[in-house]
Design a protein around this ligand. Sequence first.
Ligand SMILES: Cc1cc2nc3c(=O)[nH]c(=O)nc-3n(C[C@H](O)[C@H](O)[C@H](O)COP(=O)(O)OP(=O)(O)OC[C@H]3O[C@@H](n4cnc5c(N)ncnc54)[C@H](O)[C@@H]3O)c2cc1C
Length: 386
Amino acid sequence: MSTQYEVAVIGLGAMGSAAVAHLAARGVKVIGIEAAFPAHALSSSHGDSRLIRLGYFEDPSYVPLLQRAYANWRSMEHRLREQILTITGVLQIGRPDDKIVKGTLASAELHGLASEVLDRGMMLRRFPAFGLDVDDIAVLDPEGGFLRPEAAIFGYLKLAAADGAVLHFGEKVTAIEAGDSSVEIVTDTARYRVGKVVVATGPWIAELVPQLRGLAVPIRQVVAWYQPRDGFVTALGRMPAFIRDEGDAGSFFGFPVIGPDGVKIGKHAHFREEIDPDRPNPPVNTADLALLDDFIARRLPAAAGLRVNAITCRYTMLPSEDFLIDLLPSDPRIVVASPCSGHGFKFTSVVGEILADLALYGETPLPISAFSFAAMESFVKGSASA
Ligand SMILES: Cc1cc2nc3c(=O)[nH]c(=O)nc-3n(C[C@H](O)[C@H](O)[C@H](O)COP(=O)(O)OP(=O)(O)OC[C@H]3O[C@@H](n4cnc5c(N)ncnc54)[C@H](O)[C@@H]3O)c2cc1C
């Protein structure tokens, strides 16, 4: 016999935990089902810190969603009575023509956001932790900072449970069977009859949404922590979080000292190595460490002390490196969420709201048309014919 719910949320990582909390807060009878446990090491949502910034260099059209995300983080923190978001400013460094510098300025200008342009001398005086080239400039986003991913996920699950959500951990969904009057969720231990489904399974998304095979591709990401040489200039409150554009060599990101392991850095998309989500991530190797050690020595010498930790994580890359958030075209009772491409965490608080809207009403007033299956297909067609 199957148990009945209005909505099932599959996967309780970042997006699923926010969705289940938003649904429960609206009084919906909802079940969240998680194969493992929150923020586990094979998911995309562990590792102490995630950047958040408002002047979005990727595309200014993300800014309204970010404004909503900031508001939702603040109201979530208020209800939880816990700090999840810390403002440090985010320094976006590169040459004047680099995408990160130009894109951040374009976003700030279009949306009237506060921002400050710093030349090399100004940067060295204010933020002496960084190693700079003579033609480097930076755009400081004063609204930028970092989120604590594990605390955010546990926070959302706590709120969801307080609002009556049923949460199951260590239970893997093996199939979604769409019937005429309801949808059956089949797990390794039970069956549930539900009205709507949200699939938010991160790197495993293509297992339950076969339309995404070959399109939502899990890749390996590595981050490392270093004990600072200069604990003063790398301290929280003194050093901002940052992104550094290295042109053809990609971009790197990092944080001031947040916890006992020191300064954390990573390279966006690392070596773009595709992985099988069902196998453990290949361990950190000498090439991974050489890349990060070289960066910290050149670009953040004040932090280039002993490397004390290095871990792997997973990005789920989509072809355009944007997000997919849409109803499944073949069955609009199923909502699909793949907002990663290495930059999705900051949107978690607004994605939860969007997923609740889509599950309940089949639409949302928030601007997500760029994240549809149709937009993804047209990008893929455009790239194939280019
Ligand atoms: C190292 C690193 C750094 C990043 N930095 C940033 C950053 O600075 N800023 C930013 O905005 N974003 C960043 N991101 C991206 C961001 O973290 C991701 O977009 C986000 O974590 C994705 O969350 P998710 O809920 O989609 O996936 P996950 O958190 O991986 O959750 C998916 C969950 O689904 C579960 N699951 C899978 N299959 C099943 C099944 N069949 N049944 C039940 N449960 C299932 C899994 O166990 C997992 O818990 C970074 C990512 C990484 C890896």
